[in-house]
Design a protein around this ligand. Structure first.
Ligand code: PGA
Length: 252
């Protein structure tokens, strides 16, 4: 089902106490918002269990992880599986974030395997795609994102991907303060929806939730979220402040 989602990716920020305070503040500030809007908080792994307690019985709030391992279990020192995430009440998992691809050498093959794990464990995947600046300057961004989607999704049937969310995050916009304009984001989101329509069906594409990410903040969220194919945001820096994140939530 197509939803409206504002997801906060805390990355490697916030000690436990700070994270709990932030969660509490976001929860208190956002009591009355539309039923169809979901707020996802994706803290570091170590906070998940404690945050689950805080978010219990909060119908609009969901817990997200920032990554999972591509295997079910085994001798992978330091890693966390999708099944473990599910066992502590995680609902969403971000997969293929550009920082994972860049710093941890994740390829589309790893991303596809992680999607498989998320699906097998009933987690809602948030698949990140997006081009680097050089690719956009070469006017190859539509092809590039199409390739990322083909490589990571096309081995799955539509019925396995009912809970899929895609986040379009142009790498040049992440953490730079330079967001894509609403027009640039809209045309890419429309392109992504078209790719899914061509491969699966019109209803699959229409039901898909597509988020924008990359320097999304209170000042630009209203214009971005007004675009017909933008269903919300994946927020990094601005999700670390309760005031900014709440203002983004209230942009809908
Ligand atoms: P940003 O990060 O909002 O700080 O640009 C977005 C993201 O990486 O998901």
């Amino acid at each position: 089902m197509r939803k409206k989602i504002v997801a906060g990716n805390w990355k490697m920020n916030k000690q436990m106490e700070e994270g709990l305070k932030l969660t509490f503040a976001i929860k208190e500030t956002n009591k009355n918002f539309p039923e169809e809007l979901e707020v996802v908080l994706a803290p570091p792994f170590i906070h998940l269990y404690a945050m689950e307690e805080l978010l219990k019985n909060q119908p609009n709030f969901f817990l997200g992880a920032q990554n999972c391992h591509e295997e079910e279990s085994g001798a992978y020192t330091g890693e966390v599986s999708a099944a473990m995430l599910a066992s502590v009440g995680v609902d969403y998992v971000i997969i293929g974030h550009s920082e994972r691809r860049h710093y941890f050498n994740e390829t589309d093959t790893h991303v596809a395997n992680k999607l498989q794990q998320a699906i097998a464990n009933d987690l809602n995947p948030i698949l990140c795609v997006g081009e680097h600046l050089a690719i956009r300057n070469d006017k190859k961004h539509f092809e590039y994102v199409q390739q990322q989607i083909e490589n990571t999704l096309f081995s799955f049937t539509a019925d396995l991907m009912q809970d899929l969310v895609i986040a379009y995050e142009p790498v040049w916009a992440i953490g730079t303060g330079h967001n894509a304009t609403p027009e640039q984001a809209q045309e890419m989101h429309q392109h992504i929806r078209q790719i899914l329509q061509d491969q699966y069906s019109k209803s699959f594409a229409n039901n898909l939730t597509i988020l924008y990410g990359g320097s999304c903040k209170p000042s630009n969220a209203p214009d971005l979220f007004q675009q017909p194919d933008i269903d919300g945001g994946l927020i990094g820096g601005a999700s670390l402040s309760a005031d900014d994140f709440s203002a983004i939530i209230q942009s809908f």
